[in-house]
Design a protein around this ligand. Structure first.
Ligand code: GRF
Length: 217
C-alpha cells in the first residue's frame, strides 16, 4: 500500500477469498475454521489451505473441514522465488484475495508479495518488534520480560517486520515455564487471528505508512 489506503480487500460486502498457508499443526487454521463455523468470520471465505509440508497437521485439519488443499514442496524448487511462483499459481487458481500465513515456516520473497500487495498477513507469537524469528516465546521467557503476547501484521520483505495490525498481551507469570507461556500465547493467537481476518473482510482496516487502524465493528 502506498501512503494511505484500506487494508481490507472486500469492497462493499463482497466475500473475501482467504487462502491460508501453514507448515505445522495448524491450530491457528483450526481457529479460523471454528470461527467460520460459528459465523464469526464475517464475509471472509476460507477457500484453500496450502502447505510446504505434505502430511502436516494443518492439511489434515483442512481436509476434515472440507477445504481445498495444495502442497508445494520447497525442496522441489531451486530458489525461494521459484517456490513462491508455484505458490502464487496455486493461490491465483483459487482466486484468493487475502493470504494468511498461519505458522508458515518459509521466508516469502517479492514474488509472493508482488502478487498479493498488502494482502498477506502473518501471526507471530510475540509482541513485535520484540523477539522476531523462531522460538519467540522461549526468547521472551529467557529474556525475562514480564509481558509478551502475539501480533498479526502485514507481511513485507524482512522477517516479522511489516506494519502491525493487532496485538494481544500475555503476562509472564512467576511460576511460568516456556511451554506454559507458549500455550497461553497460542490461546490468544486463536482469538486475534480470526478477529483480524474478519476486520479485513469487513473493510475495517486502514493504513497510513506503518500505522494501521482497525475500526470497531
Ligand atoms: C504459532 O505460534 C504462530 O504464531 C507461529 O507458528 C505457530 C503455528 O502454530 N507463526 P499452529 O500450526 O497454528 O498450531
Amino acid at each position: 500500500m502506498s501512503a494511505a489506503g484500506s487494508g481490507g480487500a472486500a469492497p462493499s460486502g463482497a466475500p473475501l477469498r482467504v487462502g491460508v498457508l501453514a507448515s505445522g499443526g495448524g491450530t491457528n487454521l483450526q481457529a479460523l475454521i471454528d470461527a467460520r463455523d460459528a459465523g464469526a468470520l464475517g464475509p471472509a471465505r476460507l477457500v484453500v489451505v496450502g502447505s510446504n509440508v505434505a502430511g502436516c497437521g494443518a492439511l489434515d485439519r483442512a481436509r476434515a473441514a472440507g477445504l481445498d488443499t495444495f502442497v508445494v514442496e520447497h525442496r522441489g524448487h531451486a530458489t525461494r522465488e521459484a517456490f513462491d511462483r508455484a505458490l502464487v499459481a496455486e493461490l491465483r487458481a483459487r482466486q484468493v484475495d487475502l493470504v494468511v500465513l498461519a505458522g508458515f515456516m518459509r521466508i516469502v520473497t517479492a514474488e509472493l508479495l508482488g502478487a498479493f500487495p498488502d494482502r498477506i498477513v502473518n501471526i507471530h507469537p510475540s509482541l513485535l518488534p520484540a523477539f522476531p524469528g523462531v522460538h519467540s516465546q522461549k526468547q521472551a521467557f529467557d529474556y525475562g520480560v514480564k509481558m509478551t503476547g502475539c501480533t498479526v501484521h502485514f507481511v513485507e520483505l524482512g522477517v516479522d517486520s511489516g506494519p502491525i495490525i493487532a496485538q494481544a498481551v500475555v503476562p509472564v507469570l512467576e511460576d511460568d515455564d516456556a511451554e506454559r507461556l507458549r500455550l497461553r500465547i497460542l490461546a490468544e493467537e486463536h482469538k486475534l487471528l480470526p478477529a483480524v481476518v474478519r476486520a479485513l473482510a469487513e473493510g475495517r482496516v486502514s493504513r497510513e505508512g506503518r500505522r494501521v487502524r482497525v475500526a470497531k465493528d
